[in-house]
Design a protein around this ligand. Structure first.
Ligand code: CTP
Length: 396
């Protein structure tokens, strides 16, 4: 997959550095050669010896090591690479990149290189959410740096949220996509997928039958064409695709926040089955049976994420919505396109008899400004491939 690709891997000083040992192994298994550069802090988490043994290469650490400067200085390190990967990219390394610092070998190499740079951030969730890191991330993207992750989940610091470094297989997939350009290389696409769960009380929730299969297939197809994909998913039953920036959420409001945080993007594909309503009251304890009788649940309306993105000041160039209907599919979907302000609507009939919701096939109609196309009933992966190709056409 990465035959003859030369990757210079800068390992930053964070606990996720331990994953780099596996990353090096997987990169070499995919055919790449790996030249490791360790920051001083990284040596607190992994030893140069284990990195060198797995990379089958000398480890570069010191800007002022004359032997290295003679044999392989920072300029030479850049020249001898097809791609520079920073993993884990700590908050500090990201800040240094933005500031153009050059006070150690890693930062000097990053300033001196004209090769593509891919970073895999990893840090505590509060550091990730800090306005300084948000600013730095936006600047790095504007500077052309590719970003993979971070994922959400349990963190070594005991907290939960975005900040976990992407898994080695995801980073390898991102490198592969980056080094084999496709029609969507350099384009960033937001995809929502799966159902949302709206809590009733701490143990119960409102949900729907979406499996996330169609959204996942779309994200995978866009990735395969080279797009950088931000994948915001509710609790789906199918596993998420690899090589995407994964944001797991539960409620519609969390999905909206994750989508807004992903902007700017070139295109947005909103395949999620978002719950239209949530429970108005905030039950902090389990609702009990009792003499008060059957509880009456008040609903309040959830934000419309598709409509919000379609009218946002940072509106993506192409906004694609879905319409899950059970009757008058095309009429309802055409009205929905106008009402939500999106460019295209992918409409499907989700009546139970069709077996589409939760099934492996889909029969869709693509509604655009020029009219309606009826696609045949196809595997969801095939619908995704066709849609991704259309998106690539529209963006290029
Ligand atoms: N959608 C959204 N936010 C919501 C509801 C829906 O972003 N709160 C998006 C879906 O992801 C989909 C599109 O809007 O792309 C249409 O979803 P659908 O459930 O078909 O339509 P609704 O807006 O819920 O309208 P209705 O329930 O009246 O059919």
């Amino acid at each position: 997959m990465l035959a003859t690709k030369r990757v210079t891997l800068i390992i930053g000083g964070g606990i996720a550095a331990y994953k780099c040992l596996d990353l090096i192994r997987q990169l070499r298994a995919a055919g790449a050669s790996v030249t490791p550069v360790l920051t001083r802090a990284a040596t607190q988490f992994v030893t140069p010896m284990s990195v060198a043994a797995l990379a089958g290469s000398q480890v570069y650490q010191d800007l002022f090591d004359l032997k290295d400067e003679a044999e392989m200085g920072h300029i030479q390190l850049s020249r001898a690479s097809d791609l520079i990967v920073v993993a884990p990219a700590t908050a500090d390394l990201m800040a240094k990149m933005v500031g153009g610092h050059a006070d150690d070998l890693a930062s000097t190499l990053l300033l001196a290189t004209d090769k593509p740079v891919l970073i895999a951030p990893a840090m505590n969730v509060r550091m990730w959410d800090h306005p300084a890191t948000r600013r730095n991330l936006a600047q790095l993207r504007a500077d052309g740096v590719q970003v993979i992750g971070p994922n959400s989940g349990d963190m070594a610091c005991g907290e939960f949220g975005p900040g976990r470094m992407s898994e080695p297989a995801e980073i390898v997939a991102a490198i592969a996509a980056h080094t084999t350009p496709g029609p969507l290389t350099g384009k960033r696409v937001l995809v929502t997928s799966g159902p949302t769960h709206e809590p009733i009380d701490p143990v119960r929730y409102i949900a729907n039958r979406s499996s996330g299969a169609q959204g996942t297939a779309i994200a995978r197809a866009l990735r395969a064409l080279g797009a950088e994909v931000v994948f915001v998913t509710g609790p789906a039953t199918v596993p998420p695709p690899e090589g995407v920036t994964l944001q797991r959420i539960e409620t519609a409001r969390e999905m909206l926040d994750a989508c807004l945080a992903a902007l700017p993007v070139d295109a947005a594909v909103m395949a999620a089955a978002v719950a239209d309503w949530r429970i108005a009251s905030d039950f902090t304890q389990k609702i009990k049976k009792g003499p008060q009788g059957i509880p009456e649940l008040q609903l309040s309306e959830n934000p419309d994420i598709l409509a919000t993105i379609s009218t946002h000041t940072q509106r993506p160039r192409l906004v694609v919505g879905f319409a899950a209907e059970t009757e008058n599919v095309i009429a309802h979907a055409t009205a929905k396109r106008a009402r939500k302000g999106c460019d295209w609507i992918v409409a499907n009939d989700v009546s139970p008899a069709t077996g589409i919701m939760g099934g492996s096939e889909n029969a869709v109609h693509l509604i655009t400004e020029t009219g309606t196309e009826d696609w045949p009933r196809l595997p969801k992966a095939e619908v995704a491939t066709r849609l991704a190709a259309r998106i690539a056409e529209a963006l290029t």
